[in-house]
Design a protein around this ligand. Structure first.
Ligand SMILES: [Zn+2]
Length: 290
């Protein structure tokens, strides 16, 4: 998801289902926002990937994790958008990993994100949920990794991967090499366009390709996006291609020296991206030009 300015399609304490995509590698799909959280079970520790949108959501996730494993838990936030990290308060006994940019982004924008979500929930008559978000303590990740870092879970190793800027300036992916699975957060979107509000549209494709080329990525055929269905390698390659073509066309228009939002968005047409996505990408490309 992008920033909370986007519609929040919560319908209450929603349904969720686990799916084991490889031995000991679980994806929990939530109705709200079609959000995916991950669980990689080791012999000594298990890794939880993303924590949902507020404290009670996080607690419910923790209870569901506890039905699968009693091991020590470590947590990673793929990035600092509220739906991936506002549930951290439920995991405060765990080491919470993220990129330093995520900690900084959450410190800087956390209260603003909260206000946007609360306003939206109130405007759509979901006072109970608005209160839950208001009461949530924003807990910052405090184990910060700027480059690829292995975590030994006992009997298996996962890799926290930073491949460059894309959906944000601080997206972490999680490779599970023994299982052929990569959790990619919102660097990949299924069922919706890549979310551009905080994105680096000209750098996104190389970041995805870098993940595809890593040893754990080359072998992976299950890619878990932050939202939507689990996809295969071809889907990720196709999304990288789409973003690369958009960036190439933007570069041509930017080279003319008279680029604006309209001309950039026009140049991006025909790639399967919506007008809204193209305009947001154009705004970001112009902002980041210098
Ligand atoms: Zn996001």
């Amino acid at each position: 998801m992008g920033t909370p300015a986007q519609p929040v399609d919560w319908t209450g304490m929603s349904e969720a289902t686990w799916r084991e995509v490889a031995p000991g590698v679980h994806v929990r799909r939530h109705d709200e926002l079609k959000l995916n959280c991950g669980l990689v079970v080791g012999e000594e520790r298990s890794l939880v990937i993303d924590t949902r949108s507020f404290h009670a959501h996080g607690r419910e996730l923790l209870e569901a994790v506890r039905e699968i494993t009693g091991t020590e838990l470590v947590v990673v936030n793929t990035h600092a958008h509220y739906d991936h990290c506002f549930g951290n308060a439920a995991f405060r006994d765990s080491q919470i990993y993220a990129h330093p940019g995520a900690a900084e982004g959450l410190r800087r924008t956390g209260e603003h994100q909260r206000q946007q979500v609360v306003d939206h929930l109130r405007a759509t008559d979901r006072e109970h949920l608005a209160e839950q978000v208001e009461e949530t303590e924003i807990v910052l990740p405090f184990y910060l990794v700027e480059q690829d870092t292995e975590l030994d879970l006992g009997g298996r190793t996962v890799e926290l991967q930073y491949a460059g800027r894309g959906h944000t300036d601080h997206d972490l992916a999680v490779g599970v090499p023994d299982a052929g699975v990569v959790f990619v957060g919102d660097l990949v979107e299924e069922g919706a366009d890549p979310a551009m509000e905080d994105a680096f549209p000209m750098e996104w494709a190389p970041t995805l390709r870098s993940l595809l080329e890593r040893p754990s990525g080359v072998l992976a055929d299950s890619w878990v996006p932050g939202h939507g269905h689990v996809v295969d390698r071809t889907f990720v390659e196709t999304q990288a291609e789409q973003l690369a073509t958009m960036a190439e066309r933007f570069t041509e228009v930017l080279g003319t020296g008279i680029a604006g939002v309209d001309s950039l968005a026009n140049a991006g047409r025909g790639l399967g991206l919506t007008e809204d996505t193209l305009r947001l990408a154009a705004v970001r490309a112009l902002e980041l030009r210098h």
